[in-house]
Design a protein around this ligand. Structure first.
Ligand SMILES: Cc1ncc(COP(=O)(O)O)c(C=O)c1O
Length: 422
């Protein structure tokens, strides 16, 4: 594991339980932010709950900053985890935010981050959202010709200048991304080949395009394909910049750095990505577009491994040779761990018995399910765990990103879980 200049290694930004392997909790049980998990459960008012570790987030951001070249501005993609306490903490660590709705706009502004350091990307922005964005002074990343007209109208109505950039749907795809957001026909951005004409239209509308947002895919663990994608993105941006009325002032390369979920996943080789990015900055971008503010906006990579979803075993039952542990949470809170968000073939997230009232030696193979009456509500399929009984706590790791925010909380009318930053 490469040590960052701050002395923090990427490995140190994982829960100790993740470092030592699946299902094993060292010592007396899981601690989150130095607090034993059973005590934390009492503190937050019971299970299920999500806990995010402040120190692990800080360490991860420090390690990423050390590895990425100095000229790169690190933004946080709010969609990954919009909990207000997380955002306030993140605002002290990163250079800006990426938002995708007026709701996220409000939360981002509440942290005190300067509006010009917030980028608003996403299809289907309504006029009401654009009014709020222009009034706030954030950068609107235009996704269509209709949006250009709407922003112009809003700017005129409000008598305010609008900060705009163009979200580009690239003319290439990225290999290895769990979720593709660019290449081929897309609801995101403007097809690269249409961008020069759109830039003309933007300028004729009296707007000043600052540059481009180009992002092709999320959850990528392959350094080679991220490097390739960044090379292709930079070349595309430099080409499109020739059609800008002025210099390129903003180049957002998106997010997409993946984290390992399954045991066989290999963590991303971030130093290799950072090294190539540094070369691109020095040899391609700086000589041709020295004024460009180059941004990477990461979500999952900054927070995903700093979060745990904690549930309590409610029932333990046998059915035709299978032992089921039924817990008080499920896919309504943590859809991703059930395999129904961003996975083609379901794989278990790392799962462990976090605390046992009466430990007994030995391991067993069990299936951990949630409390919803659907077979989709599966948190651990035939996992090897220490024997657990009703009342014991089960932790699902890698729950810091696209967890609660990406889950159908209303489904079956159970209460919302607590969230805590410790
Ligand atoms: C526009 C935009 N920026 C950033 C991100 C963050 O991606 P990730 O969490 O993979 O870093 C996304 C994710 O979908 C996105 O759509």
């Amino acid at each position: 594991m490469v040590a960052a200049q701050s002395g923090v290694t990427l490995d140190e930004t994982l829960f100790p339980a993740r470092r030592t392997g699946r299902g094993e909790i060292p010592g007396e049980g899981l601690e989150i932010g130095g607090i034993p998990v059973a005590r934390l459960a009492e503190r937050v008012g019971g299970t299920p709950f999500f806990a995010y570790d402040r120190e692990l987030i800080s360490r991860r951001v420090a390690a990423v900053r050390d590895i990425l070249p100095a000229g790169i501005h690190l933004h946080y993609a709010v969609k990954a985890n919009p909990m207000p306490a997380v955002l306030h903490h993140m605002a002290t660590l990163v250079d800006g935010f990426d938002i995708a709705s007026a709701g996220e706009l409000g939360r981002a502004l509440d942290t005190g981050v300067r509006p010009e350091l917030i980028g608003f990307a996403g299809p289907g922005k309504t006029e009401a959202e654009l009014r709020r964005a222009v009034a706030a002074g954030v950068t609107v990343e235009l996704e269509s010709a209709t949006e250009v007209r709407r922003v112009r109208k809003v700017a005129e109505l409000l008598g305010l200048p609008a900060r705009v950039a163009v979200r580009v749907n690239p003319d290439f795809t990225v290999k290895g991304s769990g979720m593709r957001l660019g290449g081929g026909p897309q609801q995101f951005g403007v097809d690269a080949e249409r961008v020069p004409a759109l830039l003309d239209e933007i300028t004729r509308a009296g707007l000043d395009p600052l540059g481009f947002h180009i992002f092709a895919g999320s959850q990528n663990l392959r350094a080679d394909s991220l490097r390739e994608a960044q090379e292709a993105t930079v070349e595309l941006a430099l080409r499109l910049a020739e059609s800008l009325p002025g210099p390129l002032r903003y180049l957002n390369l998106g997010g997409g750095f993946g984290i390992p979920y399954a045991t066989r996943d290999t963590p991303l080789d971030l130093p290799s990505v950072g090294e190539r990015l540094g070369e691109l900055l020095e040899t391609r971008i700086r000589p041709r577009q020295p004024a460009a503010r180059v941004v990477i906006e990461l979500g999952r990579y900054l927070v995903g491994e700093a979060g745990v979803y904690v549930t309590r075993v409610v029932d333990r039952k046998e059915s035709r040779g299978t032992t089921f542990l039924v817990v008080d949470g499920g896919l309504h809170h943590q859809l991703a761990a059930s395999g129904n968000f961003g996975q083609v073939i379901r794989r278990n997230y790392p799962i462990a018995v976090a605390h046992r009232a009466a430990p007994v030696p030995g391991e067993e193979t069990v299936t951990v399910v949630g409390c919803l009456c659907t077979p989709l509500d599966l948190l651990g399929d035939r996992v090897s765990l220490p024997r657990a009984e009703p009342g014991d706590l089960i932790a699902v790791f890698q729950a810091g990103a696209y967890g609660l925010t990406a889950s159908p909380t209303a489904f079956l009318g159970h209460p919302e879980p607590n969230e805590v930053l410790v």
